[in-house]
Design a protein around this ligand. Structure first.
Ligand SMILES: [Zn+2]
Length: 355
């Protein structure tokens, strides 16, 4: 049974029992009463907590998503390199982005009953388990290949800590496991909310307009919706961003590969910009709190091997996601009094935000 209805049912039963107790209390043996009441109070409580994630959070997250999407309208309107014609297409695409929050309606697509491998006690090992999972996933992929595209199926399971944008569905996906705890909770101030889930949602929305996403139209089809001139200017901006990351070195003799990073770097910068755009409407906004919370998201401790692997990843290394992103914004420089000659200073003409 659906957890939500089970919890409602138990709460209803509990209320009935409370009413009944007014009449029958004296006839019930004490331990029966205590046991029944404990079960009927505790079980709904446990289910109720689960319901917080299953029922209430999607509503809150969904509202946030549309609020932050409004901010994205702002950055498209501000993009001075776009003609009105392309801007109108971009706004149309933004408006068409589908929201997929926390978990899909149909969980059955994520079941893996056929996935069998022996446990450690039964003589199985980690390698065999990984192979079984890979076989299972490949089998599913082959099976799906023969079917019409199922746009309701998410590209990631809801229990995985992740959020992403899929250009082929023009949809944003925020997984249930991701939007809870340090990156989203109801106790957060506006500054914390903007710096965590806000930037993340802004980041994912921006993927619709990064170097890959920009090639797909509002329906997720690989179709050019740019005027020639606008696309050339967009590419120019991408080239400038590539050169910016190519000029950096995590240590002497080690290069970065700007060309693989522009999609994620563009999305990081746009995510922060969307939040700054929204924040500009609040005269009491605490920028220091916002920037510190954002930096904390990327606070990381890694081995050298992990850093080496990260250099070949499309996501910039965590320290770049903070330093290289924030130095693009005047709000950041003003907040900490950073001026020409300071290490974090970046002159306006050297800034590389695409949006
Ligand atoms: Zn991304």
């Amino acid at each position: 049974m659906n957890n939500k209805y089970m919890a409602y049912g138990l709460i209803f039963l509990n209320v009935l029992l409370q009413i009944a107790s007014c009449f029958w209390y004296r006839e019930l043996p004490g331990f029966v009463w205590t046991l029944a009441n404990a079960i009927l109070i505790l079980v709904p409580l446990v289910f109720g907590l689960k319901m917080g994630l299953l029922c209430l959070l999607p509503v809150a997250a969904s509202e946030l998503l549309w609020f932050f999407k409004l901010g994205s309208h702002g950055i498209l309107e501000d993009a001075d390199f776009l003609s009105d014609e392309t801007r109108a297409k971009a706004v149309e695409k933004l408006d068409a982005i589908g929201k997929h929050i926390l978990y899909p309606d149909d969980w059955s697509k994520y079941s893996c009953e056929e996935l069998n491998f022996p446990s450690k006690e039964e003589g199985g090992n980690y390698q065999e388990a990984l192979e079984a999972i890979t076989r299972f996933k490949l089998g599913k992929a082959v099976e799906n290949y023969k079917q019409p595209v199922d746009k309701e199926k998410w590209g990631e399971a809801p229990h995985v800590v992740n959020g992403f944008y899929d250009p082929q569905t023009n949809g944003i996906y925020i997984m249930g496991a991701f939007a809870r705890g340090a990156l989203y909770n109801s106790e957060m101030s506006d500054e914390e909310l903007y710096a965590t889930i806000g930037v993340i949602i802004g980041h994912e929305i921006s993927h619709a307009f990064d170097s890959d996403g920009a090639q797909y139209d509002k329906n997720g089809d690989l179709r050019n919706w740019w005027t020639e001139g606008d696309y050339a200017r967009f590419r120019e901006r991408n080239e400038k961003m590539i050169a910016y990351y190519n000029a950096m070195h995590p240590w002497e003799g080690q290069d970065f590969y700007g060309s693989i990073m522009t999609g994620e770097a563009c999305a990081d910068m746009a995510g922060v910009k969307v939040m700054l755009k929204i924040a500009s409407g609040n005269p009491d906004f605490d920028y220091d709190k916002f920037f510190r919370t954002y930096a904390n998201v990327w606070l990381t401790k890694e081995t050298l091997q992990a850093v080496y692997a990260g250099i070949n990843d499309s996501h910039p290394l965590p320290y770049l996601r903070v330093n290289a992103t924030l130095q693009q914004y005047q709000e950041f420089l003003d907040c900490y009094g950073i001026t020409e000659g300071d290490g974090m200073y970046l002159a306006p003409e050297d800034r590389v935000t695409i949006w």
